[in-house]
Design a protein around this ligand. Structure first.
Ligand code: NAD
Ligand code: IPM
Ligand code: MN
Length: 371
């Protein structure tokens, strides 16, 4: 018996996790996978009602679960960052889910590049550090800069803006990597490559500009490459964006720091047909992991039944894989593929189905496969 936490969140997060839970339910009807799910009221509605984002009690309860199934967060009524940082990033860091696993594969006929390439990329996005550490703020150069970092930033800017006046205001956001953080990330990446039987891994960075953080990251990855006997390919993120489109089949395991990973995996979702197709797992290899579509709350289509639930359904698949039911995960993906083959899909892929209709078709495929 697995204990799941369900956090639908905001916007289409609610619509797509409803479908995802239906699919998990169908799986439990036909297999030995048994579960209970506790619904958590976490998201913009609660925040607007009570000012609460996520409480210590929530964290305690979530921490007891076998996995968390998450929809999306984000609401135009709330200032950008409040919900995103206060809820989603908070959970990722509190549960130390330091790997964000985001597969990018040409597994179905609607992959736009499918005519040209077959690819199976395993993106591992570092999920706790880099520019996501929350180390930011503002200062003005008229004030006495007592903290070294302020002085340093100020000096750098003054070199460029020689005419800066005392009322200039600066904003900064620091990207930081810790040696321990990079080491555990690298170990996970190399072990993934070993499991996938690959001879090479790709590390993405911008070591030609952000020399301190990504220089250290390269050094650590090089050491690990020798240790694991696996070749290390280093790519600058700009070139990587291009290469993902022109030679996606040449990549296997790809390790990427947090911010660039966020960006490249939206591109990765589009390589698979769109944001409605990209799933992810926030993995703590020894703790509670959280599974979610990579897309957001999509306020532009929320509440209209237009959202493609496949990303959320595939996130449920990843959750079942993670919980040791890979056969059931495969069954879900096969069911989705049969729907796509049969012309059953939502408007983003050029189809006619609503979110719920799409879910009902996938469910039917799963129940039918058993018969
Ligand atoms: P978004 O991913 O919500 O939407 C981008 C575009 O893709 C929109 O046009 C949307 O309609 C479309 N889209 C996304 N998912 C779709 C689906 N399943 N089916 C069909 N179309 C889909 O990104 P955004 O508009 O930049 O952000 C909206 C809000 O979501 C913001 O508040 C943002 O911070 C938040 N956000 C949250 C997450 C998350 O919870 N993991 C991820 C990304 C963005
Ligand atoms: C994602 C999202 C989040 C991120 C935001 C909402 C904090 O874009 O899951 O990809 O940047 O990681
Ligand atoms: Mn993102």
């Amino acid at each position: 018996m697995k204990h799941l936490a369900l956090i639908p969140g905001d916007g289409i997060g609610k619509e797509v996790t409803e479908v995802g839970m239906d699919i998990i339910d169908a799986i439990s009807e036909i297999s030995s996978f048994k579960y209970d799910a506790e619904l958590f009221d976490i998201g913009s509605e609660r925040y607007l009602r009570s000012g609460e984002l996520i409480t210590e009690e929530d964290f305690d309860d979530l921490g007891k679960k076998d996995a968390i199934y998450f929809g999306a967060i984000g609401d135009p009524r709330v200032r950008p960052g409040v919900l995103e940082k206060g809820i989603l990033l908070n959970m990722r860091s509190r549960f130390d889910q330091y790997i964000n696993l985001r597969p990018v594969t040409s597994w179905h006929p609607f992959v736009p590049l499918k005519k040209h390439f077959d690819f199976d990329i395993c993106f591992l996005r570092e999920n706790t550090e880099d520019f996501y550490m929350g180390a930011g703020g503002t200062f003005s150069n008229g004030k006495d800069a007592t903290v070294n970092i302020k002085r340093r930033l100020y000096d750098l800017r003054v070199d460029i803006h020689t005419e800066s006046s005392s009322d200039d205001v600066f904003a900064f956001e620091l990207g930081m990597l810790s040696r321990k953080g990079v080491e555990r990330f690298a170990d996970h990446a190399f072990m993934t490559a070993v499991k996938r039987n690959e001879k090479k891994i790709t590390l993405v960075d911008k070591a030609n500009v952000c020399t301190s953080i990504y220089g250290m990251q390269r050094e650590i990855f090089s050491g690990k490459a020798e240790e694991y006997g696996i070749e290390l390919e280093c790519m600058y993120v700009d070139a990587m964006a291009m290469a993902m489109v022109v030679r996606p089949h040449t990549f296997g395991t790809v390790a990427v720091p947090n911010l660039f990973g966020d960006i490249l995996t939206d591109l990765g979702a589009q390589l698979q047909g769109g944001l409605g197709m990209g799933a992810s797992g926030n993995i703590n290899p020894t703790g509670v992991s959280m599974f979610e579509p990579i897309h957001g709350s999509a306020p532009d289509i929320a509440g209209q039944g237009k959202a493609n639930p496949i990303a959320a359904v595939l996130a449920a698949k990843m959750m079942l894989d993670h919980l040791g039911h890979e056969d059931m995960g495969t069954m879900i993906q096969d069911a989705v593929r049969r729907c796509l083959d049969d012309g059953k899909y939502t408007a983003d892929l050029g189809g006619k189905l609503t979110t719920r209709q799409m879910g009902a078709e996938i469910r039917k495929e799963i129940l039918g496969a058993k018969r």
